[in-house]
Design a protein around this ligand. Structure first.
Ligand code: MN
Ligand code: MN
Length: 328
C-alpha cells in the first residue's frame, strides 16, 4: 500500500457527478480534527473590515461551489496535492458580522486550534483584514515571517474613518507593527491604481517592503518578477496572500475594490507556478465577492488560483508525514 492510500481524497467525479452532494473545497471530506490533516482548507466568511463595497463574506461558499470543477492533478506541473499530504475541508471560522473585534478574536482562536493540531491553513475570504487575525495565530510570540502578497493595493494604510485602525486597507501595517511580519521579507506584486495621498506608499517602502508595481511587473517580465520575489523572501518561513483584485477586473469583476490594468489569469498562473519550493507556512485568497460576480467567473478563477496555492503548499509540506519524520 502506498503511503498516500490513506490520505483523504476528493469524491471521484467520474463516478459521482460534480453537481451532486454538498459542496466542499475540491470535493474533499469535511474534517473537524486539525491533527488529522497537514493542510486545512478553510473559509473565513467575514467582511467586517470592508470600507466600501461589502460582499466577500459570501466568498467561501461560492468558491467551494466552483472548486468542484477542479480535477486531481495540476496539468502544468504534474503535482497531485492529495498524493503528497493529508488535506481536507475544515469548515469555516466562527465570525460575528456586526462585531469586528469579537470576530478577529474568534478567527485567531480558530486558526490557533489549527496551528496547535499541526495543520497549515489555506484560507478563502472574506476581506483582506482576515489575514491579520490569521497571522496572529500562526506567528504570534514567534519570530516574524516573510510574505508574498499579490494585490492591487498595499494594505498598509494607518487609519480610516476617524482613526479606526482595523480595516481591509490596514492589515499589513498592523502585522508589521505587531512583529508578525518582517518588512524586509515582504514583497507586494501588482500594486496599482489611484491612492489617497501621494505619500501613501512611502511608509511600507521606508520599512523595507518591496513593492513591485504593475508597471514594474510589465518591465521586469515574469522571470524578472520571480527573481525579485525570491530575492526578497528567500528560504525562510513565508506566508502567501493572493488578493483576487490583483487580477484585472475584466477577468475578476467580483471584488469590492477593482482596479483596472491588472494581472491576467495567464500571468498569475505563471507567477504562482514559478514559486515552487517556497517555505510556505500558510496562504490565503481574500476579496472574492459573489454579489458583484453574477456569472460566477470570479469565484471560478478564485477556485483555480486556490488549487495552485494548494499545490505549492502540498509540495512545501514535503510529502507524506512518514517521509518528513525520517528527515528529522
Ligand atoms: Mn488586499
Ligand atoms: Mn486589494
Amino acid at each position: 500500500m502506498s503511503p498516500s492510500a490513506a490520505f483523504p481524497r476528493p469524491i471521484d467525479s467520474a463516478n459521482t457527478p460534480r453537481f451532486a452532494g454538498p459542496a466542499t473545497f475540491f470535493r474533499l471530506p469535511m474534517v473537524d480534527d486539525p491533527a488529522a490533516v497537514d493542510i486545512a482548507i478553510v473559509g473565513v466568511p467575514w467582511d467586517g473590515g470592508t470600507t466600501n463595497r461589502a460582499g466577500a463574506r459570501h466568498g467561501p461558499r461560492q468558491v467551494r461551489d466552483q472548486s468542484t470543477l477542479i480535477r486531481l492533478v495540476n496539468g502544468a506541473t504534474g503535482v497531485c496535492p492529495y498524493d503528497l499530504c493529508r488535506i481536507a475541508d475544515l469548515g469555516d471560522a466562527p465570525v460575528n458580522p456586526i462585531d469586528l473585534t469579537l470576530s478577529m478574536d474568534r478567527i485567531t482562536g480558530f486558526f490557533a486550534r489549527l496551528q496547535d493540531g499541526g495543520a497549515r491553513p489555506l484560507s478563502v475570504g472574506g476581506d483582506h483584514l482576515m489575514s491579520l487575525p490569521i497571522l496572529r495565530a500562526l506567528v504570534g510570540g514567534g519570530p516574524p515571517v516573510g510574505m508574498v502578497q499579490f494585490d492591487a493595493h498595499s494594505d498598509t494604510l494607518d487609519t480610516y474613518f476617524d482613526g479606526l485602525r482595523y480595516t481591509h486597507g490596514t492589515p499589513f501595517r498592523r502585522a508589521i507593527e505587531e512583529g508578525l511580519l518582517d518588512p524586509q521579507r515582504i514583497v507586494q506584486v501588482g500594486i496599482r491604481g489611484s491612492i489617497f495621498r501621494a505619500d501613501d506608499r512611502d511608509w511600507p517602502a521606508q520599512q523595507g517592503v518591496r513593492l513591485i508595481t504593475m508597471d514594474e511587473v510589465e518591465t521586469l517580465g515574469p522571470a524578472g518578477t520571480l527573481d525579485t520575489i525570491r530575492a526578497v523572501v528567500g528560504d525562510g518561513p513565508t506566508y502567501l496572500s493572493f488578493d483576487i483584485d490583483a487580477i484585472d477586473p475584466t477577468f475578476a469583476p467580483g471584488t469590492g475594490t477593482p482596479e483596472i490594468a491588472g494581472l491576467t489569469p495567464r500571468e498569475a498562473l505563471r507567477l504562482l507556478r514559478g514559486l515552487r519550493g517556497l517555505n510556505l507556512i500558510g496562504a490565503d485568497l481574500p476579496e472574492v465577492s459573489p454579489p458583484f460576480d453574477p456569472s460566477g467567473n470570479t469565484a471560478l478563477l478564485g477556485a483555480n488560483l486556490l488549487f495552485e496555492l494548494l499545490c505549492l503548499m502540498a509540495e512545501s509540506v514535503g510529502g507524506p508525514p512518514a517521509a518528513r519524520a525520517d528527515q528529522t
